[in-house]
Design a protein around this ligand. Structure first.
Ligand SMILES: *[C@@H]1O[C@H](CO)[C@@H](O)[C@H](O)[C@H]1NC(C)=O
Length: 362
């Protein structure tokens, strides 16, 4: 037999549990999504918030995104805005605080202190989120503020983000080829050399001239003019030579920069057999892959989808590079470099033979 005391206590426990689960059940908050893009909510006073004398009113709005199967919004973002109604005077706007978070199990208005953002006077709070996420906006009134706030969500079309995806994929695909391709090093290092030289001269020119730093290009041009003029005067030439001399000076600067790049390639990138140094090629390949991955991650605001895009791009690149069609292309590429190697070693052998021959003759 079950003791009556036990069963009643069991009943009591059960009812307590039910009660507790009711108390902790997430009350259905108002929600916004793209079909229902705006909602007005009125925060209600919370009873007994420990450690504060002020009345605190709270409310939560749920922002729901698309399902991740709807890939059409891959590059887009959701802009969420919160604006106080006109019934709330502007001087009270600083008492409205907003917390934008992901944690559904967080009790109402229990965000950390530094997660609360006050809205500016007369302004609107706004933030950006992934269009596939589910987020919560907790809005809090500190003190005696009453009135409603309106929350709205709109989709921002950011097609330009797809360029990042394309660029990342192409970089990933080309990394193993380009990193072994000698002209790539010549062209890019020459360009970097020209850029560096012009930047250095620009800063030198800015230091010499007392004019404002904002007009750096203008002051640079002035500096060059002053320099050219003084040179012309020193050599006793007329001022009409000014423009051609400036042009030649510019060409000289560009050529010097290119020469700098060329020298760096000869000195550090190309190994003795005329191919790209193995260490350099390895480093550049990895650097390109890192840049490609970063680029792919910039193509969407949604982290899981970005990870998916990255993994699929890597897989496709791997399949392409290991397939026979491109594999033969790569092989012919390495055949060329090994052919170069052979030529070089043959030349070396011939030279040695000649030296041997000369020594024997003597
Ligand atoms: C969500 O909030 C609950 C309650 O405060 C906390 O225990 C939990 O760690 C939070 N989860 C995350 C992922 O922050």
């Amino acid at each position: 037999m079950v003791a009556p005391g036990f069963s009643s206590s069991l009943c009591f426990t059960l009812s307590m549990l039910l009660h507790l689960s009711c108390a902790y059940r997430v009350t259905p908050f108002k929600g916004v999504d793209i079909e229902n893009p705006a909602v007005d909510v009125t925060p209600y006073p919370l009873a007994g918030v420990p450690g504060s004398k002020d009345v605190i009113s709270c409310e939560r709005v749920q922002v729901s995104g698309y399902s991740r199967l709807k890939l059409g919004s891959y590059a887009n973002s959701f802009r969420v805005t919160l604006a106080p109604s006109v019934a709330i005077p502007e001087r009270l706007h600083s008492k409205i605080q907003v917390c934008f978070h992901r944690n559904a199990s967080l009790a109402l208005c229990q965000c950390e202190k530094d997660e609360w953002k006050a809205i500016q006077k007369g302004g609107v709070w706004s933030s950006v989120m992934s269009p596939y996420e589910e987020r919560y906006i907790d809005v809090k009134f500190v003190g005696r503020v009453s009135g409603s706030v309106s929350v709205a969500v709109e989709e921002d079309f950011q097609r330009w983000r797809l360029l990042f995806l394309g660029a990342g994929f192409i970089l990933l695909l080309l990394a193993p080829i380009v990193s072994n391709w000698v002209p790539f090093y010549y062209s890019s290092l020459m360009a970097i050399g020209v850029f560096l030289l012009i930047t250095i001269l620009l800063f030198q020119g800015m230091k010499l001239l007392p004019t404002g730093r904002q007009e750096c290009l203008v002051s640079y041009y002035k500096w060059i003019s002053v320099l050219v003029n003084s040179i012309l005067v020193n050599f006793g030439l007329s001022e009409e030579m000014h423009n051609p001399v400036s042009v030649f000076l510019l060409v000289g600067i560009v050529l010097t920069g290119a020469a700098l790049g060329y020298w760096i390639v000869r000195k550090f990138v190309i190994s003795k057999d005329g191919t790209v140094d193995v260490g350099v090629a390895q480093f550049v390949k990895r650097a390109m892959r890192i840049i490609a991955t970063t680029s792919i991650f910039q193509s969407t605001l949604d982290a899981p989808l970005a990870l998916g895009a990255c993994v699929s791009c890597c897989t496709v690149c791997f399949l392409i590079t290991s397939s026979k069609w491109l594999g033969s292309g790569l092989n012919s590429f390495s055949v060329v470099s090994s052919y170069k190697k052979d030529v070089w070693s043959e030349k070396k052998k011939k030279k040695e033979e000649e030296e041997e021959f000369l020594r024997l003759k003597r």
